[in-house]
Ligand binder design. Structure first.
Ligand SMILES: [Zn+2]
Length: 199
């Protein structure tokens, strides 16, 4: 199961009461397995709640253990396998570093080959204005913001990395959408949660 929270659900990274509330609504334990997100490509296997340390992806084969990442413009990417589920935090740095393929490879090596994927809300090409140092990393995904400056289609880059899997995209652009946290727009520490679990 996969759930992406919205801003009105509260700050899923910093507010444990908000986590408890959404967990009750979803019928899951309020103790989630997480990682200390660092915009890299490290991935951890987890079998218990709490932080598994510095990484940007985590996966489990344990039933009813929620795995979660926190975003405000970066994309949550969920990989679903038979008997396993994994989730990655993919901003432009993590996407360049290959966090999604890193997660997929780690899951496959554990016998949990992903069979489909879901990508949640993040900053879309309409608003992801970038300088030359970022656009140079995405030569095949250059785009333009709605105000006419250079941008990168990070969502398209992630979809291409998963081109051989069925991928569902859910949620709007975090920058111009309603009820989303956007680090770029608000310079906020608040984060939405992407939560995945095996029922
Ligand atoms: Zn937008």
């Amino acid at each position: 199961m996969i759930h992406f929270t919205v801003a009105s659900d509260g700050d899923m990274r910093g507010d444990l009461a908000a986590r408890a509330e959404i967990s009750a609504r979803l019928g899951i334990d309020s103790s989630w397995a997480t990682v200390d997100q660092v915009h890299g490509a490290e991935v951890r296997y987890v079998d218990r709640p709490g932080s598994a340390g510095p990484a940007d992806g985590l996966f489990t084969d344990r039933r009813r253990l929620p795995v979660a990442i926190f975003t405000a413009d970066c994309f949550p990417v969920v990989l679903v396998a038979s008997g396993g589920i994994g989730i990655a935090h993919a901003g432009w740095r993590g996407t360049v570093a290959g966090v999604v393929s890193s997660l997929r490879g780690a899951m496959a090596a554990a016998g949990l080959e992903p069979v489909h994927a879901k990508i949640g809300p993040g900053i879309h090409a309409c608003c992801f204005e970038v300088g030359p140092e970022v656009s140079a990393r995405f030569p095949e995904h250059l785009s333009e913001t709605t105000w006419g400056s250079p941008s990168v289609d990070l969502l398209g880059a992630l979809q291409d990395q998963l081109a051989d899997l069925p991928v569902v995209v859910e949620g709007s652009c975090t920058y111009c959408g309603d009820n989303t946290f956007s680090y770029r727009r608000d310079v906020t520490t608040r984060r939405m949660g992407a939560i995945a679990w095996i029922p």
